[in-house]
Design a protein around this ligand. Structure first.
Ligand code: FES
Length: 157
């Protein structure tokens, strides 16, 4: 995900000098790239006159920030109570096997992120997973291969 460096400068200009704005600037940086790239964090560090070490403390404290470039597609498996009881752990394990990735990780080809969430608010559809926000309900282990294939095909177009 390559973006123009000018976009980081726009974020810096927007938030520089505003008290308590570091997190907002980091949010926008992550929104721009899908993660917080070291170079962008360095630019913010210089512009805000905040040591890079302090910026990384903030990034690692809040687990919503990502330090690694995410895969093109984000899979989220719900492990909330309803989904858990309806077999979500099996869904998660199948995804791990098929994608050869652990939760929180990105596949080697950079196509998929595998995340775990707690309740997506549609428990009646348990077990639920999403891919790029698209909801898959009442997922069966043997359907996962076909679901993933849809996204792999999109990449080939
Ligand atoms: S527990 Fe999975 S959607 Fe609510």
């Amino acid at each position: 995900m390559k973006k123009e460096i000018g976009n980081v400068e726009i974020i810096i200009e927007k938030w520089k000098g505003i008290k308590g704005s570091l997190i907002m600037a980091l949010h926008e940086l992550q929104h721009l790239y899908g993660y917080v790239p070291q170079k962008g964090a360095q630019q913010i560090s210089t512009a805000f006159k905040i040591p890079l070490s302090q910026i990384f403390e903030v990034i690692t404290f809040y687990n919503l920030f990502k330090l690694k470039e995410p895969g093109k597609h984000t899979i989220a498996v719900c492990l909330g109570t309803a989904c858990y009881l309806k077999g979500a752990p099996d869904i998660l394990n199948e995804l791990k096997v098929l994608l050869k990735v652990e939760e929180g990780g990105t596949t080697k080809d950079g196509q998929f992120n595998l995340d775990v969430v707690r309740c997506l608010g549609c428990c009646g559809l348990a077990p639920v997973m999403t891919i790029d926000g698209e909801i898959y309900g009442k997922v069966k282990k043997n359907e996962i291969k076909d679901i993933l294939a849809k996204y792999k095909k999109k990449e080939q177009k």
